[in-house]
Structure formats: C-alpha cells, structure tokens
Ligand binder design. Structure first.
Ligand code: ZN
Length: 377
C-alpha cells in the first residue's frame, strides 16, 4: 500500500460527515425560512403569533389562508379550548370581545344550537350573560326574539313571558321589555350615578342623589320668566339662545321657567305638594326625587313671554315646528302617554342634540324608544 492511497482514503472519509451536516443545515434553514415566512403571512392577515404557530402545527395553514382574516378563528387558534370538529363553525361565527368566547361557542354547539343561534346568542349578550346562558338546557325562541336589533340575551325569559301575556309581535315585545314595561313603575328601578348627556330618566330609571351635572351655567336674566336663577348645562343654554334668537326673528318670545333641579330640590317640591294636596296628587303629578328629568340639567320648561298658558301660545306652535332644529324635543307628547308614562307637558323640552332630535321628530317616536333602540348597551 502506498502512502498516497492511505492519505486519500482518510480525506474522503472526513469529507462525508461534513457534507451530511451541510445538507442537514441547509434543510433546517429551508424549513425555518418556510416556517417564518408562513408565520409572517398569517400575522399579516391579523393572526397573533400564538395563533399562527398553532395553525401551522395543526396543519391548518392552507385552510386558514383560504379563509383569510377572521377574528373568531384567530381567537380559536390562540385558545386552549380549540376543537377541531368545530373549525368550520368558528369561521361562520362573528367575533365578540368576550373572554370565554371559544369555550362558550363549543358549549352552545354541543347543546345543539345552530350556527345562526350561536351568532345571535353571543352577539346579544356579554361574556357574563353568555357564560351563564350556556349552563342552561337548550332554550327555544332564540331566533324569534334575538333577531331584533336591540334585543338583549339577559332579557330573553322576560320577552317570552311578556309576549305570552300581551301577544305583541317580537319587535314590540323586545322594545317594551327593554323599556321595563313588564315591571311596575318605580319598583326596582335602575339607579344611575354618573353624569351622561344622553341619560334616560323615566319611571324605571332613577338618578341617585350623587348624580350631578358637570358644567352648569346660569341662564341670562332676560330669558327667565320666574323670580329665581335658573341653571342648565352649558351646551343646552347655548342651544336655547340660538333657538330663542331664531324664534324672535319670527316674532316669538321664548322664555324659561325651569331648568336644573337637584335631587334635594325635588325632595322639597315633593314634600310641599304632599302637604298641600296629599299623596294621590303627588303620585299622579309630581316626579319623585331622582325621577325628574330636570335633575339631568338637560331639560327646560319653556314659557311664552306674553301668554300664561304655554299650550295655547304661538310660541308652542313655533316650538312644534322648529325645536328639533336646535336639538330639542317635546319630551312628553300627547299621543305618547302610554310610553312616557306622563301626561302631555307642552312646556317640557329635552335637549338631545340636532341629529337625534331630527330622527325623533321624523319617526314620531319618544326619547324612551330612541334610547332603547340606539343608545342602550
Ligand atoms: Zn319640566
């Protein structure tokens, strides 16, 4: 054996493992770049890092790329509650920002609810009400009531009960129950502590003594018809001045006879009337403390400078045609006593802003209805 041959043999046996290592490294690099490329693509579609990893490890990359962006899928793949057999359904269920969304979807599907029903249940509830709901046996009438835009999952049993009694259609039933028509006036009201421009006050919704407006101003003397200072929210005062100015161009003289009344003011008024006229009168004509819209500082009692009875004045007729242009609505109209719970008050106006005032006028509805349909959450 020559020296040369031995040398060559050594060389080739040392080269082989190097090649293998090289090839393995190359394959790893290709796989990794493939992997990171796919993670990147999924993240571009709005999937989280965690969801993207799970999508790849569960071999659902192509499936998800076909679907594209989908927040419910993203949450499913990020969740330990993910169930492969529900994958096609997750895609069809609208995302809601609820902590137990995926686990609740699984439970609802397990109970035999259709995808449409699951969609309605989770979109008309919140995390708590849905989580409570999934513990119950399967419930009927989901589509009938929860298809109504402003339906609430938490009120479902009340809808069923109310319709059973009143026989109204589903939409009316949902509207009326959301307005608490299935409860007695003043019994178990919702109590509101925090100031809100759009707050709704009625016989089921009470302002607490803590409820205080945030920016009161005093109405200019020239517009005040009574012998006292009248305070009101700053933006309401501004809208009133605009309206009064426009009215005066038409020869009308709008005045104010009442504005903000605190919880304590209303308590005193109630007591005065109680002594003068007794309980029955108070129950019928005087708002109990916390139930007066004047505590919102968003309501004004309007008067005419020349006439004592506002309902007979030219100013009243002018207000009927024009108040909405300045953001005011007649809060207790004659034809709506069943809904507002108040006899018509021709003088009492609520400021709701121009957009809402216009809608309410055009659709001939009350603020109670508007609030339940568009502002209540
Ligand atoms: Zn009033």
């Amino acid at each position: 054996m020559s020296k040369k041959k031995v040398k060559l043999k050594l060389k080739s046996s040392a080269r082989k493992p190097l090649i293998i290592v090289g090839v393995v490294l190359l394959v790893i690099i290709i796989i990794l770049s493939f992997y990171f490329n796919r993670i990147g693509e999924l993240k571009n579609l709005g999937y989280s890092e965690e969801a993207a990893k799970n999508i790849i490890f569960k071999f659902k990359y192509s499936y998800v790329m076909d679907i594209g962006e989908n927040k419910t899928l993203n949450m499913a793949f990020s969740s330990s509650d993910y169930k492969e057999e529900n994958l096609d359904n997750y895609v069809k269920i609208g995302y809601e920002d609820q902590d137990h969304l995926i686990s609740n979807i699984n439970k609802l599907l397990d109970k035999g609810y259709s995808v449409n029903e699951v969609n309605l249940i989770i979109s008309k509830g919140d995390d708590k009400s849905v989580s409570d709901f999934v513990k119950r046996d399967k419930v009927k009438y989901i589509e009938e009531f929860l298809s109504v835009d402003y339906a609430k999952l938490e009120n479902l049993d009340r809808y069923v009960e109310y319709q059973d009694k009143e026989n109204d259609d589903a939409e009316t039933t949902v509207l009326y129950v959301n307005m608490d028509f299935d409860k007695e006036n003043y019994v178990d009201p919702l109590v509101i502590d925090k100031f809100d421009d759009y707050v709704l006050v009625n016989k089921h919704r009470q302002l607490s003594s803590e409820y205080v407006p945030d920016d009161l101003v005093t109405i200019d003397d020239e517009y005040v018809k009574v012998d006292e200072e009248i305070e009101i929210e700053r933006n309401v005062a501004k809208a009133f001045y605009d309206m009064a100015e426009a009215a005066s161009k038409d020869g009308m003289e709008l005045m104010v006879s009442s504005g903000y009344r605190s919880y304590k003011d209303q308590e005193e008024i109630t007591n005065t009337y109680l002594e003068l006229y007794g309980q029955k009168y108070v129950d019928n004509y005087v708002a109990k403390p916390g139930f007066s819209e004047h505590q919102t500082a968003m309501s004004l009692d309007i008067a005419s400078k020349s006439t004592a009875t506002f309902v007979n004045s030219e100013e009243y007729a002018w207000m009927m045609d024009n108040a909405y242009k300045y953001g005011f609505i007649l809060r207790y109209p004659k034809s709506k006593e069943d809904i507002t719970g108040y006899k018509c008050e021709a003088w009492h106006y609520r400021y709701v802003g121009k957009k809402i005032a216009k809608y309410i006028k055009e659709n001939n509805i009350t603020y109670d209805e508007y609030y339940v349909m568009f502002l209540d959450d």
